[in-house]
Design a protein around this ligand. Sequence first.
Ligand SMILES: *[C@@H]1O[C@H](CO)[C@@H](O)[C@H](O)[C@H]1NC(C)=O
Length: 376
Amino acid sequence: MTVISLWGAILKGLGFSVIAYFLFLGLLTVPWFQDQAIYLHSVKLTWFQDLSHILPLGLYHQHEDTLIQEPDGITSDIKQRSAFKLLRDDPTALLVLYFHGAAGTLGSGWRPASYRAMYAGAPDKIHTVAIDYRGFGSSTGAPSEEGLLTDAITVVEWAMHEAGISPSRVVIFGQSMGTAVSIALADYYAALPDPILFSGMVLVAPFADVELLTATYRIAGTIPLLGPLSPFPRLLAFFNTFIQSKWSNKDKLASFVRACERIPGNDRKYHVAIIHAEDDYDIPWSHSDRLFWHAVNASRPQGIGFEDWEEEKEQIKKPLGPTGWVAEHRTEKGIMKEQITKWGLHDMIMSYPAVSLAVLQAFTARNMGIVQPHGE
Ligand SMILES: *[C@@H]1O[C@H](CO)[C@@H](O)[C@H](O)[C@H]1NC(C)=O
C-alpha cells in the first residue's frame, strides 16, 4: 500500500467514524433510544437470578438447617420466608437498601460480590435488600427518572411498614446510576413535612448531574456519549436539551443537606459518604469533587466557592496510605465525607473493604453496640 492510499484509507475510516457518531447523536435525540443508552436496561447479562434479600452470612450460619429446607426461586409471599422473619423479628437488625447502576440486573457482574461487602462489617446484623427497577431484570415496565424514584420509595415503605424497620436502622446504598436514585430518595424523605432521615447514605462512583455525565461518560468505559462534543460547548448544550432524564444529583444533594440542616434538635443526624476510584473510566472522580462541594456549600449559610473549598479540603484531607484519602466535613447536624481510592475502577470497588467500612460507619453507634463512635 502506498503512503497516499494509506492516508486515503485512514481518512475514509475517520470520515466513516464521524458519520457513524453523528448518526448515533441523531438517534440520541429520540427518547426511546436515549433511555436505552442511559439506563442500558435491555442489556441483561444474566438470566434467572433471584437475589432480592441477602441474608448476612453469620445469620445464615446460625439458621442454616431451617433455611435449606425452603424452596428455591422467586417467592410469591416473602413474609413466609425465614430470611424475612429473621429481619423482621430482630429489633436490632440493620438493613441496607441497595440501588444498582445502569445495565444488567441485580445478579450481574460485581453485584453479588458487593452484597457480601454490605454485611462484611457485621455479618450477623446487616441484611441487604436489592431491587431491579422497572424495565430491569424480571421487573416489568420501562425506566424513567420518576419511575425509578417511585420504585425506591416503594421499597422504603415496604421496609418501614412490612418489615417494621425504622429509618434509623436503614442505610441507603447506591452505585453509579443508583446514586441518583439514592439521592432523590433521601431528598424526598427529608423534604416531607415530618422529615424522615435514614441512618446514612453511601454513594459509590456517583455523578454530579446528567449534563456533566454526558460530557464525560463512556458506555462500558469505552463508547463516549457526548464527550467528542466537549470542545463545542454550544453543540453539547444543544444535545443536552434533548436528554429527558435530568438526574440533577448535585442540586438534590444540596436540597437534602439544606433540609437536614433545618431540622430542629440534635437527636437525628444525617450522614453522607461519597466514594470514588481514581481509575474509574466510566465516570471520572471529578464528579465526586463537584458533588461533595455542593453538599458542603449547602451546609453553610454563606456558601463557599469551589476553589476555596478545594483549598480548605487540602487541609482536612486524611491520607489513607496506598488506599487513597478521605476528607470529612462535620456540622452540628451531620457528617459528609469524600473518599477517593487509588484503585477499584467503576464496579470492582463495590466489593472493597473501603465500601464495607463506609456502610458500617453509616450505621451509627446508636443502632448497634458494634460500632464505636468516632469522636462524636
Ligand atoms: C452555595 O450556597 C449558597 C448559600 O446557600 C447559595 O446561594 C449558592 O447558590 C450555592 N452555590 C451553588 C453553586 O449551588
